[in-house]
Design a protein around this ligand. Structure first.
Ligand code: ADP
Ligand code: GLC
Length: 481
């Protein structure tokens, strides 16, 4: 079964968030389930630098003078890169310029991605023609639309399509004036198509035209069918509920495993938590925090945005400090949130440490060294950091929403008694609920034996990629004629 993955970022070459982790891990996991996988990516500089054995394909003229390159990703997966310097030769963030503003030609940059996906399905590379085109997020949202258009012109279905929503809040919506540039049939611009409040929505195109829609957790699959989390597309999703499912992301064991992680000061397993304490002490030293051991060290590795509940973290700081706890934050994002955190670190240098920026290695040291990892999100399609934390015996503190609700069990007395608890979960996106979870974490931390038990249970959870890959492979199979 030939499957083309279509995405805008991929670990370890280019990453702005969890999408890259998923794109990087899924191909090998799918191969183990009998899929012949290739990946189509825009030729961003960081991606071009990391792809081996690049070879230009002789193909008919492509839009924007683009050229198609075949090559091989660091894990050996075959890939196609779209070489279009005018569109993609920009360093840094793949979606926005250094001023943080989305590129004005994003519609071209990502329409081309969807278009080439469909062209590959039509046989652009005669040697390898995908039967399934699996696109991720709005960046690949037009792929199913171009496939539908190709079906019409060719009089046959060229490939089946799957569209995965990683975050419905980002939709790729553009003014109507871009429509002509897309080269899609005029009648695709309608409510049952890619029209969204008088604009053109790439995400809606994916949701409308894909044969199947998936999202990255079962709970988020339900939530996005409701107004509160539907971002205006809940009606479209309800209409397609028979074709919508949630498949929980996994953890790439090659990257995130406390037993093999070379980025942390000492490796450990569930039977050797003394080495985890060494990681904790090293983290305190690194940030010049007081070497206290009686209260938890909280960690945050996150985009600093409204979605991620950074406001709650800020509002809960007095409570945290009053209990003698500490916090290390790694992230970047909204200036006001960055400023609030920085200020707290200045006022409480021995208890609050903040590193503004993106740092893959530090992320590992925090996940290993913290006692609790906080992900108090307003919404969370899946969330990967709480999964990493579980594996590292770092108890997640999360809001009961999206993938967080599917992966963490609260340390309520009954869950502790039944041997189910793996972290701290609160309900409402409000300081009072968050604060109660924080106090629960501090209280359990004082009960050493119980804490260790919960840590070991967390570390034994299996959130590998095998289960997800099996579900995707089964979904693809159902789509084949
Ligand atoms: P999202 O994709 O919504 O940002 P996820 O939890 O799915 O959330 O994935 C976030 C990914 O990005 C994780 O791999 C996390 O470790 C990483 N990450 C987030 N912020 C940073 C940062 N400042 N430095 C390093 N890694 C980060
Ligand atoms: C998005 C979501 C996050 C999810 C990731 C990978 O960035 O915000 O919850 O884990 O995609 O699917």
């Amino acid at each position: 079964m030939k499957v083309l993955q279509v995405c805008a970022e991929i670990y370890p070459l280019l990453k702005t968030g969890g999408l890259a982790d998923v794109a990087g891990a899924l191909p090998l996991a799918l191969k183990r389930h009998g899929c012949d996988v290739r990946v189509l990516l825009p030729g961003f500089p960081a991606i071009r630098r990391g792809v081996a054995a690049q070879q230009h394909l002789a193909v008919p003229a492509l839009p924007y003078g683009a050229r198609l390159v075949r090559g091989s990703l660091p894990d050996g997966t075959a890939c196609y890169l779209i070489e279009a310097p005018e569109l993609y030769d920009r360093e840094g963030n793949p979606y926005a310029g250094p001023d943080g503003r989305a590129y004005a030609d994003n519609h071209r940059r990502f329409a081309l991605l969807g278009r080439l996906a469909a062209m590959l399905a039509e046989g652009l590379d005669a040697e390898w023609v995908p039967q399934i085109v699996h696109g991720h997020d709005w960046h690949a949202g037009l792929a199913p639309a171009y496939l539908k258009a190709a079906w019409r012109t060719q009089g046959r279905r060229v490939a089946a399509s799957v569209h995965t929503v990683h975050n419905l809040a980002f939709q790729g919506t553009f003014g109507l004036e871009i429509l002509a540039e897309l080269g899609l049939p005029a009648d695709f611009y309608q409510a049952h198509g890619l029209e969204f409040h008088g604009q053109v929505s790439f995400m809606k195109a994916g949701l409308h035209y894909a044969d199947r829609i998936t999202t990255v957790s079962p709970t988020y699959a339900r939530e996005i069918q409701e107004e509160e989390q539907g971002c205006g597309l809940d009606g479209v999703l309800r209409a397609r509920r028979a074709d919508l499912s949630g498949i929980l992301n996994g953890v790439d064991d090659q990257v995130w495993s406390p037993l093999k992680d070379t980025l942390i000061p000492s490796r450990y397993g569930a039977g050797d938590l003394a080495s985890k304490r060494a990681c904790r002490a090293a983290l305190q030293r690194e940030f010049n925090l007081a070497p206290q051991a009686q209260a938890p060290l909280f960690g945050v590795v996150s985009r600093l945005t409204e979605q991620k509940g950074v406001n709650l973290i800020l509002s809960g700081l007095p409570e945290l400090l009053a209990r003698g706890a500490q916090i290390v934050v790694l992230g970047s994002g909204e200036p006001a949130l960055e400023g609030g955190l920085r200020e707290a670190a200045t006022v409480h240098p021995r208890s609050v440490a903040v590193h503004i920026g993106y740092d893959e290695q530090l992320a590992h040291r925090i996940v290993a060294g913290a006692d609790v990892l906080m992900v108090p999100s307003r919404f969370e399609p899946c969330g990967l950091t709480q999964l990493y934390a579980l594996k590292y015996g770092t108890l997640p503190l999360v809001r009961r929403v999206g993938g967080l609700a599917d992966t963490v069990v609260d340390c309520a007395l009954e869950n502790l008694a039944d041997g189910l608890a793996t972290g701290f979960v609160f309900e409402r996106f409000e300081p009072a609920d968050y604060g109660a979870a924080l106090r629960r974490a501090c209280a359990l931390y004082r009960r050493e034996g119980e804490w260790r038990e919960v840590q070991q249970r967390a570390m034994a959870q299996d959130f590998g990629w095998a289960a997800a890959a099996a579900q995707y492979a089964a979904l693809y199979r159902r789509l084949l004629p």
